[in-house]
Design a protein around this ligand. Structure first.
Ligand SMILES: C[S@@+](CC[C@H](N)C(=O)[O-])C[C@H]1O[C@@H](n2cnc3c(N)ncnc32)[C@H](O)[C@@H]1O
Length: 258
């Protein structure tokens, strides 16, 4: 599955039903999310992440944040309540149009379109916080690894990366099928059987692999927390600090439920 195919599919999803494409809860198609409900989920998620950072003793500056794969701006909006400037980057112009339409930040949010397999449009060491959730899982593992390295590059030394993605399928057979199913078959099942406007591929990246990748790119994986009750995927949120400039956090090794 190539990046231009991912680009095309997310543009279709963003044009058809952007809020459901971001939060695919049962019964929420239609469109059935209200903007208030949708944005409230982002506020709750970001508040939980900041609680965790507080408990880990990881301070975060309040200057600039990046929301990678910002979609309709659910997390960007929540981050604008905590940062002077938040940059939302997405591959789908249709999603960015929705994010701009719902933006009530009074100029704190900036939305950028990026269709490249890297973040060359952003300079190095520029963000206090980099946040990404529900994005890397929809990419091939190779693309996800490349973007993770880029997310660390654009983070300032001592800055924090929060990255949410599944670390495994709860049913191993399902994970293997998701990994190996040819894209045309997945496309057929999701579009014709499930009625999706376009397919959404899912991949897990094991936590140990994320930890190694983070280490190789100058970061330190401080904590990994499981969340949600997805019957198919085990979702985790990784908390990473770049370099050694931050206060030393309490070491936490195991994946735990919040
Ligand atoms: C499920 S949505 C999540 C949106 C947002 N992170 C949230 O949680 O509200 C996934 C988003 O990732 C975007 N995306 C997928 N691949 C991307 C890429 N290579 N670069 C940037 N954005 C990407 C999609 O266009 C879509 O808006």
């Amino acid at each position: 599955m190539a990046l231009d195919e991912i680009h095309r599919d997310w543009d279709v999803l963003g044009a058809a039903d952007p809020l459901w494409a971001v939060l695919t809860e049962r019964g929420r198609r239609g469109p059935a999310w209200t903007e208030e409900e949708f944005l409230a989920t982002g506020r709750a998620e970001v508040a939980a992440a900041f609680d965790r950072l507080d408990r880990l003793g990881l301070p975060v500056g309040t200057g600039r944040a990046l929301d990678f794969g910002c979609g309709a701006g659910r997390l960007t909006a929540a981050l604008t309540e905590r940062f002077d400037e938040v940059v939302g980057v997405d591959i789908a112009a249709s999603m960015l149009a929705e994010a701009r339409r719902m933006d009530r930040s009074g100029g704190r949010a900036v939305f950028l379109h990026n269709t490249a397999p890297d973040l060359a449009l952003l300079g190095s060491d520029g963000f206090d916080l980099v946040y990404t959730d529900r994005v890397l899982q929809h990419l091939t593992p190779g693309l996800a690894r490349g973007y993770l390295a880029e997310l660390l590059r654009v983070l300032r030394p001592g800055g924090v990366l929060v990255a949410g993605l599944p670390d495994r399928a709860t049913v191993p057979l399902f994970g293997a099928v998701a990994r190996t199913l040819p894209h045309p078959v997945l496309r057929f099942v999701q579009r014709r059987v499930l009625g999706y406007p376009a397919p959404m591929r899912m991949h897990a990246v094991p936590a140990a692999e994320v930890a190694a990748l983070v280490r190789a790119n100058g970061g330190r994986l401080v904590d990994t927390v499981a969340y949600g009750a997805d019957p198919v995927w085990h979702h985790v949120r990784h908390f990473v600090v770049k370099g050694g400039a931050a206060d030393r956090p309490r070491p936490v090794g195991r994946v735990r439920r919040r």
